[in-house]
Design a protein around this ligand. Structure first.
Ligand code: NIG
Ligand code: FE
Length: 455
């Protein structure tokens, strides 16, 4: 974090209602809605016509937290004048020859947990499998034990720390799952902390109930433990979660040896009846019917997909041709960190017209990275996405995976002014400098929330 100044709550552009960001080498607008097929590779770029960028450089204008206009300087100033926006009411921000993109959107995180599991990395190096560690009562279950024992203050402190890391890497909106409580009281605590951290800002947090993440120890000793826990999720947890009103989505770990497609369907259909939109962990380790189920129930997003069946890919391709496509949210940093060989078939999904998003899957077991930029690099190297495809996957498509593609994810008039100014002259360099600090400035709802001293 060194070198960054995080400004809690943000600096309101020197008290002005407007903010003009000038001097960029390019603006990646991502205008044009959800990307799929060939359009996934189109960043809807506005480049500066000259190098170094001069009067023709693209400018982004924000007004009271929203994007007002974007375009080449001369055109944009005309738009402001015609619209009656006095130029004197705009604070100025110099992009200093950098790239401007929409704020990054992370549509799959397990933000809140206690403890850490570095020991599993060594176990996996020695040949232990992820599911084997879980079946032996470790993995998710060890984090559940630590999380149940953690105080609200400790969870809040942890959440603030990692949200700060995410923000410093350019992320302005995340989804955050519960799933390390597995009892009503702890699940509610996690959802409430996620909600309150988002309300405090600057990063927006959309909470997801993931009660069906694993079968907790107290159910494991029963002969029908998984079934009994599924009923507990539907009959005990879900009504409480719905009454609390914090969760926006419901998720299930649909995987062989965890929850079957039928059990996952029952949980997600019950959740839908309470107004929680379905998404799911699908085919992370082996083909488990997750992609098929996501298409069947019209989930917003099917996540992981490292091992979908051919039928599952067909089902997602069919859904992609409808009004309500299921976004394939791929988590390649997880496959990488698990040292698995088979990454999600991203090229096939794109060729079949399935919209692809990317997420960190931030969690203590399979993906302890808060950085979407790191995910971008892994996606380019292992999923063979182009840099533009990968960037669409963490902006506009990630926003659609959260059902808020009309509000964030692109730089267009009327949307929230969530922006990142990067210290590179082209977005093609975003995946190109692994582990470098590339953020110059982060703007959330028109306010400067991270700024890096000029280098
Ligand atoms: O997406 N696989 C299920 N959930 C997480 C991992 C959670 C954990 O290992 O703590 C995932 O990989
Ligand atoms: Fe996950």
């Amino acid at each position: 974090m060194s070198g960054f100044r995080v400004i809690q709550g943000g600096r309101a552009a020197d008290g002005q209602p407007g903010l003009l960001i000038e001097g960029a080498a390019e603006v990646v607008t991502m205008v044009g809605g959800l990307r799929r097929g060939p359009s996934q590779d189109d960043p809807a770029l506005i480049p500066a016509a000259s190098d170094p960028p001069g009067d023709d450089a693209p400018v982004v204008a924000c007004w009271e937290g929203r994007i007002l206009a974007v375009g080449p300087r001369a055109e944009l100033l005309q738009v402001l004048e015609d619209g009656g926006y006095p130029i004197a009411r705009f604070a100025r921000l110099d992009a200093a020859g950098g790239t401007i993109t929409p704020g990054l959107v992370d549509p799959h995180t397990h933000l809140l947990f206690a403890g850490s599991r570095e020991g599993e990395l060594v176990l996996r190096q020695q040949g232990a499998g992820y599911m084997e560690i879980l079946a032996a009562g470790g993995g998710i279950l060890s984090t559940v034990a630590a999380t149940r024992a953690a105080s609200v203050e400790a969870l809040e402190e942890h959440g603030r720390r990692w949200l700060g890391e995410m923000l410093n890497h350019g992320t302005t909106t995340i989804e955050a799952k519960s799933g390390y409580g597995l009892d009503l009281a702890t699940e509610l605590r996690l959802l409430d902390v996620a909600h309150r951290l988002g309300a405090a800002g600057p990063v927006d947090v959309l909470p997801t109930w993931l009660g069906a993440h694993a079968v907790p120890v107290e159910f494991r000793s029963r002969p029908d433990g998984t079934e009994a826990y599924v009923r507990h999720c539907i009959e005990e947890q879900l009504p409480g979660v719905a009454a609390q009103g914090r969760a926006r989505f419901a998720d299930v770990f649909c995987e062989r040896g965890v929850f079957s497609p039928d059990q996952s369907r029952r949980v997600l259909e019950a959740a839908s009846r309470y107004g929680l939109q379905p998404r799911l962990h699908a085919d992370e380790i082996v083909p488990s019917g997750g992609a098929e189920l996501a298409a069947e129930i019209g989930a917003l997003s099917a996540d992981h997909l490292a091992a979908p069946s051919p039928e599952g890919i067909d089902a997602l391709a069919r859904a992609a041709g409808t009004e309500q496509p299921v976004v394939a949210t791929l988590l390649p940093a997880t496959t990488w960190f698990l040292m698995h060989e088979d990454f999600a078939p991203a090229r096939t999904l794109i060729e079949r017209g399935v919209p692809v998003a990317l997420a960190t899957d931030f969690n203590p077991g399979t993906s302890p990275t808060p950085s979407l930029l790191h995910v971008l690099t892994v996606a380019c190297l292992e999923l063979k996405l182009t840099p533009s495809e990968a960037l669409a996957a963490v902006t506009i498509n990630a926003a659609h995976a959260l059902g808020i593609g009309d509000e964030i994810g692109s730089i267009e008039a009327g949307k929230a002014a969530d922006l990142v100014v990067w210290r590179v002259p082209t977005h093609l360099q975003l995946p190109y400098w692994p582990a470098a600090d590339l953020v110059r400035t982060v703007i959330k709802k028109g306010r400067v929330v991270v700024e890096r001293p000029p280098s």
